[in-house]
Design a binder for this molecule. Structure first.
Ligand code: TXA
Ligand code: MG
Length: 342
């Protein structure tokens, strides 16, 4: 295994994981956002195993993860200066760029679209794996390491909970809890000439931070925007219904539900923690995002009939958190009335 002078030799575990990828297997690995379920992006059969393990429709594109310093021109045929500026500013980090795909990049990673999603994660274990795989010249296709539609995993244990002893999963690398906690910001730069930059998924890197670098504020997705499964309404959802309520209404609603014998789990950030299953998250956007998915998983397992979430602030810095909560809540309308009936 070659490694450049200055960077430490990869551990035996990383060497083995890179070998699993090279032989067409799947490896779950930590990133700073959430854990990914990785396969060789240039091996369509390996990418197909991701879809199979996740139970995900195979026309959904997956993000290709690259080592620091990777050759963008290998992956994309049309790299606007804005893309290089963003790479210089934010990679390694939680920003995915959608670019025109090079012809030799398999359909499997792009869901048949003419674009490819590229990202260089900053987690040291991810960087070690990507640098060891094909000598740092490969790409690892990786969606979040959860079953389709479920909450994304932010610890190795979450991944094991999702996949149990799934025979397709060759290894789970443990890199501790993901520091960002929600998925990367996705920015479409594939139609820069006609639509400008488009924000497909909000995340830790904000539209304003992007505008500060490229001088253009990303717009909202339009009907012709590339399809992204993370943009489905009902995504990132626990099995228990989730409802968001303003602080002022929460105590009353809780009392009503409990009077009907309903079991309620709570996720709060300013309210004093009541008795019963609850998680108190930090009242900062970064701290809240860090704990959100673990809180949803924990409350999902508490046996409650409903997870009540104290509505977070609606300012721009909370966009990523509110986006994920809105999707977790989707499909729960009318649940309050149903639980108060009978
Ligand atoms: O933070 C993240 O982005 C994590 C970690 C593992 O890197 N990955 C992640 O992957 O969230 P996934 O598959 O769960 O969500 C990726 C989103 C999907 O909505 C997918 O449709 C979209 O990115 N995507 C990937 N390639 C795309 C493309 N070429 N065009 C449009 N959307 C794309
Ligand atoms: Mg996902």
């Amino acid at each position: 295994m070659k490694h450049s002078a200055g960077s430490p030799a990869p551990s035996a575990e990383i060497v083995q994981a890179a070998a699993i990828l090279a032989s067409g297997g799947l490896v779950a690995f930590p990133t700073e956002t959430v854990y990914g379920l990785g396969a060789d992006a240039e091996d369509p059969a390996a990418v197909a195993r991701i879809y199979q393990a996740k139970g995900r429709p195979n026309d959904h594109p997956v993000i290709v993860h690259l080592a620091p310093g990777a050759d963008l021109d290998y992956w994309s045929s049309d790299i606007p200066p804005a893309a290089r500026q963003l790479v210089a500013a934010f990679w390694p980090g939680p920003l995915t760029l959608i670019l025109k795909r090079n012809q030799h990049i398999p359909d499997a990673v792009s869901g048949g679209q003419d674009t490819v999603g590229l990202r260089c994660p900053s987690h040291p274990v991810a960087i070690a794996l990507l640098s060891a795989f094909k000598g740092g010249k490969g790409g690892v296709a990786a969606p979040s390491a959860n079953k389709f539609g479920n909450v994304s995993p932010t610890t190795a244990q979450h991944v094991r909970d999702e996949f149990g002893d799934e025979p397709l999963l060759g290894a789970v690398l443990d890199g501790g809890a993901s520091q960002v906690g929600i998925e990367s910001t996705i920015l479409d730069l594939s139609r820069l000439d006609t639509r400008g930059p488009v924000l497909l998924r909000p995340g830790h890197i904000s539209a304003q931070q992007i505008a500060d670098v490229i001088g253009l504020l990303p717009g909202q997705p339009d009907a012709a925007a590339p399809r992204a499964s993370g943009t489905l309404e009902s995504h990132y959802a626990p099995h228990t219904p989730v409802l968001m309520l303003e602080r002022a209404r929460l105590a009353d609603s809780l009392a009503q539900l409990q009077a009907k014998g309903r079991r309620v789990a709570l996720i709060v950030h300013t309210l004093a923690a009541p008795a019963g299953p609850h998680v108190t998250l930090p009242a900062t956007p970064a701290g809240y995002a860090y704990g959100l998915y673990a809180a949803l998983r924990e409350m999902d397992q508490s046996g409650a009939d409903l997870i009540l979430v104290e509505t977070p602030p609606q300012d721009a810095e909370w966009l990523g958190v509110n986006d994920r909560l809105r999707r977790a809540v989707f499909g729960s309308s009318g649940i309050m009335e149903a639980l108060l009936r009978s």
